[in-house]
Design a protein around this ligand. Structure first.
Ligand code: F3S
Length: 106
């Protein structure tokens, strides 16, 4: 599967959802998750994200391994998103920050 990582938190640019051929993105208040049961590893979403928040599972860095299980868990409770929308209002302020896990809203 592919995994949405920390960079997405409080940004949610949503460019990724327009290109997904299997509609595997799920939307939370300030983060998207990929449903690992739907993702076909096509990778077309990777270059669409302006903050590089999406990687294949095998390339997830050591300090973000927890996002693999987090995507799976959150995707089960969130609705599908298939159309791009405006990013969150404070996206520019948050896009380069790290350590954002505490900001994630469920
Ligand atoms: Fe998030 Fe990037 Fe998509 S910021 S919503 S993974 S385009």
């Amino acid at each position: 599967t592919h995994v949405v990582l920390e960079a997405c938190i409080r940004c949610k640019y949503t460019d990724c959802v327009d290109v997904c051929p299997v509609d595997c993105f799920r939307e939370g208040p300030n983060f998207l998750a990929i449903d690992p049961d739907e993702c076909i590893d096509c990778a077309v979403c990777i270059p669409e994200c302006p903050v590089g928040a999406i990687l294949p599972e095998e390339d997830v860095p050591a300090d973000q391994q927890n996002y693999i299980a987090l995507n799976a868990e959150l995707a089960k409770g969130w609705p599908s998103i298939t159309k791009r929308k405006d990013p969150l209002p404070d996206h520019a302020e948050w896009k380069d920050r790290t350590g954002k896990l505490g900001e994630l809203k469920r």
